[in-house]
Write a protein that binds this ligand. Structure first.
Ligand code: PMP
Length: 403
């Protein structure tokens, strides 16, 4: 790439290669247990999708194989509104929904229409790495607020907002994954959700609620969506079918006040014209035939079992060595090692000598760069791999801490 740097736009200097992808390459074809990825378990994929794909092409091919509107297939957008309402997400009469190419595109488009260089964006710390990359690419300056087991510490946010000087730039936007967060696994309490909405009203900022995981929590969580608590049109909600049907279809969606959604629609036109029509038809039929709900139930029970194996293995091998979150959903837990240790610097040795991979946590902390952390995935590896992987990580940590 260097040979072409003189041609590259200034923006490319803000791009970061995904650490996760680079690391996964190292583990390919080796006898390494990877707790690094973030893939769904293929056991949750529904084989009936083959029939749906065939049916959609055979019976509705004239439309399903054709270009379609930028905002999404009209019929599918109506189905999505009903789907949202059926899950307890409030859809206001002034709201609109558009289909995106995964929720990653929704984040990209939201950043594109809301963030100018130098704008402040409130994020959880740790937070989802690919969102950090999107905001960074648009020149955002991060206001990072720590997360504990009840999500973003909104009292810290309030203090930060209060202490901002008169001439200081105010945050325009907050980005959160309030339920089963990636990477920490924490879920924001109802009280903090309400507090965040109050702060958004008082200090006039918008909120992006990124929600890939709430549909299959392992225990009931009695909290409302930020979108449902919002009475002043400040929340842009995005979700995806990646974890509850198939990530390969690349179908996500974004719901929010019509005026904001129409900016996003305009931006999308320039990016990809529209999301794959065929994928939209397949997801629409999968919702109608109950396949999405069946996948949600399979995901819930399989990932709960795997979460339990991970928690039991951590209890058995890491007690005293580290602290970690107990996620009520999602794919991940975040481990905080007790002691001075740089998990990123140890990565190569972990792979080559201990035959285990994890994601160093550092880059999920855009400001504080906590080095003693790692994100562990329990959705993809088998239960045996989870147990053995955690055992290997504990060995590495013990050796390095000299215990
Ligand atoms: N947000 C979060 C928090 C995620 O974990 C992911 C997937 N890892 C995404 C967004 C993007 O998902 P997709 O583009 O597949 O919908």
């Amino acid at each position: 790439m260097d040979g072409y740097s003189r041609f590259a736009s200034k923006r490319t200097s803000l791009f970061r290669a995904s650490e996760i992808r680079e690391l996964l390459k190292l583990t390919e074809g080796k006898d390494v247990i990877s707790l690094a990825g973030g893939l769904p378990d293929p056991k949750v994929f529904d084989p009936r999708l083959a029939d749906i794909a065939r049916e959609v092409i055979a019976e509705r091919g004239e439309r399903a194989l054709q270009y379609s509107p930028t905002a999404g297939v009209t019929e599918f957008r109506e189905v999505l509104k009903d789907f949202a309402a059926s899950k307890g997400i409030r859809v206001d009469p002034g709201d609109d929904v558009i289909v995106t190419t995964g929720s990653q595109e929704a984040l990209f488009l939201a950043a594109r229409v809301l963030v100018d260089p130098g704008d402040k964006v409130i994020v959880e710390e740790p937070t989802y790495l690919a969102a950090v990359n999107v905001f960074r690419e648009h020149g955002a300056v991060f206001e990072a607020i720590p997360v504990d087991s009840e999500g973003m510490q909104t009292d810290v946010l309030e203090e930060r907002l209060k202490s901002m000087g008169r001439d200081e730039k105010r945050p325009k936007l907050a980005y959160l994954v309030p339920t089963s967060q990636n990477p920490s696994g924490s879920t924001m309490s109802q009280e903090r959700r309400r507090h965040l909405i109050e702060l958004a009203e008082q200090y006039d900022f918008l909120i992006i609620e990124d929600d890939p995981y709430s549909f299959f929590t392992f225990e009931p969580v009695n909290v409302d969506y930020l979108k449902s608590l919002d009475k002043s049109g400040r929340v842009i909600y995005t979700s995806t079918f990646s974890k509850i049907l198939s990530p390969g279809l690349r179908v996500g969606w974004v719901l929010g006040p019509r005026d904001l959604i129409s900016y996003i629609e305009l931006a999308k036109q320039a990016v990809d014209l529209h999301t794959a029509t065929l994928s939209q038809y397949i997801v629409m039929e999968a919702i109608r035939k109950g396949i999405v709900d069946a996948t949600i139930e399979r995901a819930r029970s399989l990932y709960k079992e795997k979460r339990d194996v991970m928690m039991n293995s951590l209890d058995e091998h890491m007690t005293g060595l580290a602290e970690w979150t107990r996620p009520v959903g999602g794919f991940f837990t975040m481990v905080y090692v007790n002691g001075e240790i740089d998990m990123k610097a140890l990565m190569l040795e972990a792979i080559e000598k201990y035959r285990v991979a994890y994601v160093p946590g550092e880059s999920f902390f855009p400001v504080s760069k906590k080095k003693n952390t790692m994100r562990l995935n329990f959705s993809y590896p088998s239960k045996e791999q989870i147990a053995e992987g955690v055992r290997r990580i504990a060995r590495l940590v013990k050796d390095k801490l000299g215990k």
